[in-house]
Design a protein around this ligand. Structure first.
Ligand code: E4P
Length: 218
């Protein structure tokens, strides 16, 4: 399973990259705004900086919601670096744009996916990645992980190539459950990735090893 970091923050991207476990980055307009990035040139420059930190796939989301606008914007984004993946929302024109990008060799991430039916459409259009938002599904008291399991089952029996990118991850258990449920990729905040490290018995065990080593030197 691939690990992406879900942020536009360069320091956090570098920190995850330095762990040696980073396979890519996802962003969205809210995450870009959080970093204070606005205006076409600044957005493009920021994506270029992210692509210099990692050679893994970097999802850059279009803002347009009409087919022509998405195609124009997606081509510009795809021109920034070879590892850019154009992120397109699951709307009618978005499906049309994904089909266009697929035909023209531009890789895509179909975002804002909340149902197995939407995931089928994304795969039929040839999306490289499909992004089911598990945290946001959980927030509405539905089962986000069931969505991952359903999509994994459908893609498996139908031999779809689209990779399942579990998004809207809120905690380390979401990562573990996504791995069990058949996600090909998880995109996570740095805090959730680092949360995987924690176990009190590791801390206790290490303290004991170091204490025993110190005592043996006396
Ligand atoms: C990533 O591709 C998604 O945009 C992101 O995971 C959404 O996360 P959120 O629901 O925490 O905003």
């Amino acid at each position: 399973m691939k690990f992406f970091i879900d942020t536009a923050n360069l320091d956090q991207i570098k920190e995850a990259h330095e762990l040696g476990i980073l396979d890519g980055v996802t962003t969205n307009p809210s995450l870009m705004a959080k970093e204070g990035i606005s205006g076409d040139k600044n957005v493009i420059d920021h994506y270029a900086k992210i692509c210099k930190v990692t050679s893994g796939d970097v999802s850059a989301e279009v803002i347009s919601t009409d087919f022509e606008g998405m195609v124009e914007e997606g081509k510009k984004l795809a021109g920034i670096a070879e590892n850019i993946v154009v992120k397109v929302p699951m709307i009618k024109d978005g499906v049309k744009a994904i089909s266009y990008f697929t035909e023209h060799g531009i890789r895509t991430n179909c975002t804002l996916v909340f149902s197995p039916g939407q995931a089928i459409l994304a795969a039929k259009a040839g999306a490289t990645y499909v992004s089911p938002f598990i945290g946001r599904v959980d927030d509405t008291c539905w089962d986000g992980m069931q969505l991952i399991r359903d999509i994994a089952e459908i893609y498996s029996v139908q031999f779809f190539d689209t990779e399942i990118l579990a998004a809207s991850i809120r905690n380390p258990m979401h990562i573990v459950e996504s791995a069990k449920s058949g996600a090909d990729v998880v995109t996570c905040p740095l805090k959730a990735i680092l949360g995987l490290l924690n176990h009190p018995l590791t801390d206790k065990g290490l303290a004991k090893f170091l204490a025993d080593h110190k005592n043996a030197q006396k």
